[in-house]
Each structure stands twice: as C-alpha cells, then as structure tokens.
Write a protein that binds this ligand. Sequence first.
Ligand code: GDP
Length: 444
Amino acid sequence: MFDSISDKFSTVVRTLAGKSKITEKNIQDAVEEIKVALLDADVNLRVVRRFVNGTMEEAMGEKVLKAVDPGQQFVKIVYDRMVALLGDEEHQKLLLKGPDTTSVILMMGLQGSGKTTTASKLAARLKKEGRRPMLVAADLVRPAAILQLKVLGDAIGVPVFSIDGEKNPVKVAKAALALAKKDQRDVLIVDTSGRMHLDETLMDEIKRVSEALKPDETLFVADSMTGQNAVTIAQEFEQKVGITGVVLSKFDSDTRGGAALSLRSVVGKPIKFIGTGEKTEDLEPFHPQRIASRILGMGDVVSLVEKAQETINEQDALKMQEKMAKNTFDLQDYLDQLNRMDKMGSVDQILEMIPGAKGQISEDDIDKKEIKREKAIICSMTYAERTNYRIMGPTRRKRVAAGSGTNVSDVNRMLKKFEKMRLTMKKFAKNKKYQAAMLKQMGM
Ligand code: GDP
C-alpha cells in the first residue's frame, strides 16, 4: 500500500527538507510533484485540487519563505494536510456503550469486500479487550456465509447466532439482539448480505435491519483494491442507510492508496480500522498521523515499537541486554531473534516504519533466502553446538551443511557473520558513546 506515492513524496521531502533557502519556484515544483503523485495514486480529483491549492497558498506565505528552516516548514504543511486528509485521531475509536448494555455494530459492504472476515476480526479484537461479543449471521444471500462465520467464530471462541432456513434478516437480527441481551453479551456484530453490485433490494434490506437494531456503529467495509469505486459505493451507503465509519480491507494488497486518501474528504466519515491480511489478528486501528508519516517517508516509530513490544516482552529484552553485555549471546538466541523477526511481519512492512529507510533500503537488499538458510543451518545443530559455536570443527560443519541442505561455505559464512555480530554487540554493550552514535544514526 502507498508504495508509489510514498516513493514520490519521500523524494520531495528529501529534496526540500534540508534546504536552508527555498524559492517560489522550488515550492511550485514540489507542489506539482505532489499533485502528480496524488493523481497517480488514484485520489479523487476534487480532493487533489483542494490539497494542492491549499498547500500552495499556505507555502507561498512568509511563514515558509522567510523561515529559518523553510524546507522543514514546507514538509510540516504537507504533513499536516495529509493528516487532515486521512482523518483525525479523535474520531477513530468505536462508539460503544459500557459493558452493562448491548452495543450493536452493523457491518455492510459489497460481496467479497471482506465483510465476514472483518466481522470476526473485530469480534476477536473486542474479546481481547475484555468485551463479550456475539456474531450474527444475517448474510442470508451468499450460501456459504453462515458456515464461514461459524467456522471463524469457532476459531476465536465467539458464539455465532443464526436461524436455519430463515430468509428474513430482520427476524434474525431481532432474535439475535434479544438473545445477546439475555446472555449479557455486550457487543453484537451483525454480518449482513452483500451483492456483487449495488441494488435497491440490498439497500432496503440493510435499511430495515438498521431500523430494527438502531446500531451504535454502522461500519462500511471497503475493499481498498477497488480504489475510487470503494469511495463511490461508501457514499451511496452513507446516503441511503447512513454509516458511522469505514473499515478499509486488504490494506496489505498492492493498491495505490486512492481510497484511503479520498474516503474521509468525500464521504465525511472516518476510517476506523484497516485490514492487513487474511488472519484474524490482521486488523489494526487506523492512525492518520502514523500513515501520513509513512507516506512522507518519515517512518512510523510508534507502530514499530508497538509491534516489537507485541513480539518481545520486557523480560526477553532485559535478558538479551545482559547476554550482550556478558558476551554470552549464542546461536540459539540468534535463532530466536530470526523467528521473532518473522513474527513482526514482512521486511517491507518493517522498513516502511523506519525513518529514512524508505527509498534507501529495499526488501531486495535484505536477503530473505539467506535468513531462511541461516535458520535451517542453526536448526540442524545440536544443543551443544548452538550454545558454543566454537566447537564447530570441519566434520561438524559438513554434517550441518548436509542436514540443512546447504553447503559448507554457507555454514562458514553464517558462523563468520555470527562471530562478527557478537563482537559488535560486545562493543555496543560496553561503549556508551557508541550506543549514542548508533541511536542517532537510527534517528532516535
Ligand atoms: P464478504 O463477501 O464481504 O463477506 O468477504 P469475505 O470476508 O468472505 O472476504 C473475501 C476474501 O477477502 C477472503 O478470501 C478473505 O480472506 C479476503 N480478505 C478479507 N480481508 C482481507 C484483508 O484485509 N487482507 C487480505 N489480504 N485479504 C482479505
């Protein structure tokens, strides 16, 4: 997501940010490049025009041209406008009532948009937050939808309500709400029918369900791969039924980002969540500031730290620090680290969050095959070898190469790299000055 637009914005930012003096021509050129980048990303034309004109007007003022750091000032204007385009942090939270009452979330969207998957992701998320959700299968059009929701609900331990053979979604919805109240379920998530295309029958049906349930949240699930089409359909749902927020699914796909950048301005409703994969945990709150930072190639340290915190707990981190200081970091620790890296997501996703990495390092620079190879090599070692790499003589190296399907030269290379890494760690742990320099280099 946002790859191409982010590349272009990063270039503009890099060109202007360091300049101590900029001219009107510099600004005009930069704004022109921004315009092209937005149009290429399939952002709504009216939105582009407003963004570009606003930026130009603000940047041409004395605040930028006469500033001590004009480049930075310009970048700030673009950043602020980008955040405004994406929404504001305050409206991102779900509007749910307290745990003593049953809140209702109505899910809507076209068939295939990811509605059913998102309903279960949301249920899993709310359950993790301590809520007692219940799912309702009110998608009575797509034959497999009820079963799909039941399977998903089972996997996350959330009950799924359905009525066999019932064709009226209003009846299903009402019965579900009554049961949820009786069972003290505090959130009811209703999966409604989708169609391949918008039609009156679908709108009428959803409207009736909505009137019967009076939902606290009506979330429109938009497939980000459909670009401007997602925006048009969201607008239609907003006008005919009314929505309170959008979930942008398939954010992990290779789309240009036009939907994300246009939805808020055109439909006037916030994007509350993004779907970042097919698994249940792949649903993230949408943070305009963090996304804007990523688009501008300024990284997203907050998300990076959060992701790292999810995979490494404080105890692990302390243990690691101690091992570094005592120089007892062994191959087993290295293997654990490689596995953790896998859990954090794709290298591309991680690189996007590191300030300054965008455009400087690419996924290709990081050899994923090499990581896989290294993991295979360590897995073929005995415990004694993993904890003391020094015993790795020629015979052992040969055995490990055969066991891991690699060559002795691969094993040699991995061991050499590991040795070098240990040396760097030792230096790092001992030398405060070196630590400061490293952190600075990383932009922290
Ligand atoms: P529905 O017809 O709107 O209920 O759509 P589904 O929930 O059945 O989703 C359609 C397809 O999109 C399924 O194959 C899902 O696994 C996939 N999908 C849903 N959300 C995401 C997402 O955020 N990322 C990716 N990569 N796939 C998704």
